[in-house]
Write a protein that binds this ligand. Structure first.
Ligand SMILES: Cc1cc2nc3c(=O)[nH]c(=O)nc-3n(C[C@H](O)[C@H](O)[C@H](O)COP(=O)(O)OP(=O)(O)OC[C@H]3O[C@@H](n4cnc5c(N)ncnc54)[C@H](O)[C@@H]3O)c2cc1C
Length: 401
């Protein structure tokens, strides 16, 4: 039925995975998403279903019990899931970034310790860079780790942790001056710590508090929290990769694949908005005909569908580039920027097509309207994407004259 957002050249295995996920989304997510979202309820049954499908281990190598799939397969699954409910894609996104960082940068002991249980969904990951005073400007991080024997003592406050409460492993980026003399560039004195904790709220480990859920306008169901470190002691072997001072690069690598994921979410939400708009436009009649027969509405549908197609193509291109082993910061930045902006526009057009009913909580588009703005901010705002894109273009097209 869906003609839009097709992907050429998929293997049989990829097609089978996607069709299973789409089926799951249609049967288990879409029918309950809006109700759960209005109650801000964690979708436990859906998460259990995703676990059973093996989605928490989709990109984790087979030797660690995962499915060893590509970033493209993962992004296409995320697109399907976000089409059902964006919050569910948020539940797997931070997990996926942490697993990816472990796979790319972890010591052998860290991989052996975490990845098999992450693949099974028994350990779930969150990642934490932002603080109350900073989000875009990661180099301004103030949280600190100080070495004390075989341990580090961490102090500081973190902000906006997606899955902060439900996760049991948080990759936390802090400043660690040890071995990095004064005057070292800020990004060279940052370290990622793998912090294990109990899921839940309050003091979840001595020196580590997750105060509670932040009340958000959308993206409900999934928990977003602060994290307070007050004399938190972390063993030295929980420094990601075993060496301090590499945290900034490790996190940026994780965020780069996270950006493809956010682009995929934008594609999924925009697709759902288009589906809702095109269906409603054929049911609602004004001036003696279905509103879909008014040219102004047809033009809206045409613009929406074109944006859905374009965003999907850019997202697929960015994922394939990373899968080929090439640097994809330019493509991921462009895909994230375009897909999130188009998503907001397509959702707004679908909202307008619904007339007054779009404003009613009984209609799914109301939820999408509150969800789309999150994609403009998460994994770097539009301005930050444009900075990355602009810098990279100037590198590529250096004036030779
Ligand atoms: C629901 C939600 C979930 C999140 N989950 C996580 C998470 O799991 N982990 C995590 O670490 N973070 C998370 N974040 C934080 C998110 O990454 C930041 O909110 C985002 O990076 C923007 O940072 P900020 O909010 O501090 O805005 P600021 O950096 O203060 O930016 C404010 C405005 O200024 C603009 N701006 C900033 N610098 C420049 C510049 N140099 N040039 C031009 N314009 C500029 C920005 O684009 C923006 O419009 C989450 C945020 C939300 C809302």
């Amino acid at each position: 039925m869906a003609r839009l957002a097709q992907t050429a050249g998929l293997t049989d295995v990829q097609q089978e995975i996607l069709s299973t996920v789409r089926d799951f989304v249609d049967k288990e997510i879409i029918p309950v998403a809006t109700e759960l979202e209005h109650r801000d309820e964690y979708p436990q049954a859906i998460v259990d279903g995703l676990k059973e499908l093996g989605l928490f281990g989709l990109m984790i190598p087979e030797e660690y019990g995962g499915l060893g799939e590509s970033l493209l397969t993962y992004a296409l699954c995320v697109e399907e899931i976000a089409r059902g409910w964006m919050s569910v894609s948020g539940i797997i996104n931070t997990h996926f970034i942490v697993a990816y960082m472990l796979k790319q940068h972890g010591t052998q002991e860290q991989k052996d310790h975490f990845l098999p249980r992450m693949a099974a969904g028994d350990i779930r990951g969150a990642f934490s860079m932002s603080e109350p005073g900073l989000g875009s400007d990661v180099s301004a991080i103030t949280s600190k780790a100080v070495k004390d024997g075989d341990e580090y003592v961490l102090n500081g406050q973190k902000m906006w942790l997606t899955n902060g409460g439900t996760s049991s492993l948080v990759a936390v980026l802090v400043r660690s001056d040890e071995g990095h003399p004064e005057g070292t560039a800020p990004h060279k004195s940052m370290t990622t710590f793998l912090v294990e904790k109990e899921p839940g709220f309050g003091e979840v480990r001595p020196g580590l508090t997750i105060p509670g859920k932040i009340d958000k306008m959308g993206y409900k169901g999934v928990d977003t929290t602060e994290l307070i470190m007050d004399g938190l002691r972390v063993p030295a072997d929980r420094v990601l990769g075993g060496v301090t001072g590499r945290g900034f690069y490790q996190m940026m690598d994780g965020v780069e694949v996270g950006r493809v994921n956010v682009a995929a979410r934008g594609c999924g939400v925009a697709q759902r908005a288009f589906e809702l708009g095109v269906q409603y436009a054929q049911q609602r009649h004004t001036f003696g005909k279905a509103i879909a027969q008014h040219q102004a509405i047809q033009f809206k549908l045409a613009e929406m569908a074109t944006k859905v197609e374009a965003a999907h193509a850019m997202m697929v291109n960015a994922a394939r580039k990373k899968d080929s082993g090439e640097r994809n910061d330019l493509e991921a930045g462009m895909a994230k920027y375009l897909a999130s902006e188009y998503c907001k526009e397509v959702v707004e057009d679908a909202f307008r097509i619904h007339g007054g009913y779009g404003f009613s909580k009984e209609y799914e588009i109301e939820r999408l309207y509150r969800e789309a703005p999150m994609l403009l901010i998460g994994e770097g705002t539009a301005e930050i994407q444009k900075m990355i894109i602009g810098r990279r273009l100037l590198e590529e097209y250096r004036f030779q004259g």
